[in-house]
Design a protein around this ligand. Structure first.
Ligand SMILES: Cc1ncc(COP(=O)(O)O)c(C=O)c1O
Length: 458
């Protein structure tokens, strides 16, 4: 289990590398390839800098508690672990390729499980595609549907891969920003206050708009879009003949009685929506990398073309484990014993613990309605210590996170990373925390925060 970022980078290595890292330094000299021709494809222009690399590296160099990256640092539920063990040791044919578009028992259970939720008759062979995580689902969807000159509407702040995926497909990202609500004295802000301006949203649709990507519950704000908000998005998509890519990987992680609504369940939306899910987020097993897309055959057939010419088969055993986990969950679904009911209850408690603790040093959390994350407002720090080290052009939240890692031993992610370049400086007073963490991580965080609190005393 990971305690801190240093442990993570060791965890990310294989056993041999781990041994080496602990005992000796290995030197290698690589020759850099120089070519008369341009090396990298033009589609990579402007997207080759990944901000995460820097923060993960920094965190691993300090003894810091990692509250940044979005993964659980506790085991998946027993039934899911047993399902994986069973997949490894039962039918030896699970070591071989399976059906290219998804292991049939998995596509069947996904079709029946989500068919009921979406109010659709879902064909396991035509309306379901299994992918390498939700990342794979997104990439396949963008490659299949977006082409040169197409506009894709992206709601900011957004899961950071949407923009490069649009660009790599030749598309043009068009951003519309969620507006934070007014802060009420003595009350914490909520992700429900972050709203779309209907007029501004409508103004983003043009004759070139091909798709809109909707992420609910949203990463990083934790906003769960209300039915009324989804109806607005749905009516604009229908009016302008636009496809909706619905990233719903956190659909089971909803708190405080809020309800997740799938946009594909609204009238007239199934035909134009791709609904994306992730077993990693569903069963707290992000390393399994099993994801899926559900949608009408008229769209799915194009995703299948991309899939069969790129990934073709996803690992069979992981798919078998996910199928069995869903079969288990189906027996409990709707009851108190359901993992989809118990898990969010437990995560709401860790969210509340973290929110209380972070407030003690003057951070101002924005209470999230869903997802693995919440953001915290750091405006007070920005006015009290505006001159943190770093490049003048560097957004404040990035400088703040570096300072927090180095001097306070806590890792978070700067929220400006989740905005388009022109908007980064406007939203550089938030940082994102992941609260899907084990008791021991919360304890380690509290120890760091107590030290920080003592330093605040005059
Ligand atoms: C909004 C969102 N979509 C998709 C993904 C990718 O999911 P997976 O790990 O299944 O590829 C993530 C992972 O962080 C995410 O936050």
């Amino acid at each position: 289990m990971f305690r801190n970022a240093a442990a993570i980078s060791l965890q990310l290595m294989g056993p041999l590398q781990r041994k080496k890292a602990g005992t000796s330094v290995t030197r290698c000299w690589h020759q850099t390839l120089t070519m008369a021709k341009r090396v990298q494809a033009r589609r990579l222009d402007g997207i080759d800098h990944n901000p995460w690399v820097e923060f993960v590296k920094m965190a691993s160099e300090c003894d810091a508690v990692n509250l940044g990256q979005g993964f659980p640092d506790f085991p998946p539920p027993d039934f899911a672990v047993e399902a994986f063990q069973h997949a490894l040791s039962s039918d030896f044919m699970l070591n071989q390729y399976t059906r290219a578009f998804g292991y049939p028992p998995l596509t069947k259970i996904l079709a029946s499980f989500f068919g009921k939720l979406l109010g659709q008759e879902i064909d396991p062979f035509k309306n379901v595609l299994v992918t390498v995580g939700a990342y794979g689902a997104l990439f396949t969807a963008f490659q299949a549907l977006v082409e040169e000159g197409d506009e894709v509407i992206i709601i900011e702040p957004f899961f950071d891969c949407y923009e490069p995926m649009t660009l790599m497909a030749g598309g043009h990202p068009v951003f519309v920003t969620l507006k934070p609500g007014l802060t009420r004295d003595g009350e914490l802000d909520s992700s429900s206050d972050w709203q779309l301006d209907p007029t501004e949203l409508a103004s983003k649709f043009t004759s070139h708009t091909k798709a809109l990507i909707l992420n609910t519950p949203n990463n990083p704000v934790g906003k769960v879009f209300s039915k009324a908000e989804l109806e607005l998005v749905a009516s604009l998509c229908q009016q302008h003949d636009v496809i909706c890519i619905a990233d719903e990987v956190y659909q089971w992680l909803v708190y405080d009685g809020y309800q997740h609504v799938s946009i594909a369940s609204l009238p007239g939306m199934w035909e134009r929506t791709l609904t994306i899910g992730s077993a990693g987020k569903t069963f707290s097993a992000t390393g399994w990398k099993v994801g899926w897309v559900l949608g009408p055959d008229s769209l799915m057939k194009h995703l299948r073309t991309v899939h069969q010419n790129s990934i073709y088969h996803c690992p069979t055993q992981g798919q078998a484990a996910v199928a069995q986990s869903f079969e288990h969950e189906q027996l409990h679904f709707g009851q108190a014993s359901s993992y989809f009911a118990r898990f969010p209850q437990a995560m709401q408690r860790t969210r509340d613990h973290m929110i209380r603790s972070l407030q003690s040093v003057g951070l101002k959390p924005v209470v999230s309605q869903g997802s693995y994350f919440f953001m915290a407002d750091i405006s007070d720090f920005k006015s009290k210590m505006p001159d943190l080290p770093g490049d003048v052009d560097e957004p404040y939240d990035r400088r703040f996170v570096k300072w927090m890692i180095k001097t306070k031993g806590l890792v978070a992610i700067p929220v400006s990373t989740f905005y388009s370049v022109p908007h980064r400086k406007i939203f550089d007073h938030y940082i994102r925390f992941c609260f899907v963490k084990d008791e021991s991580t919360l304890q380690a965080m509290d120890e760091k925060l107590q030290k920080w609190k003592k330093e605040l005393r005059p």
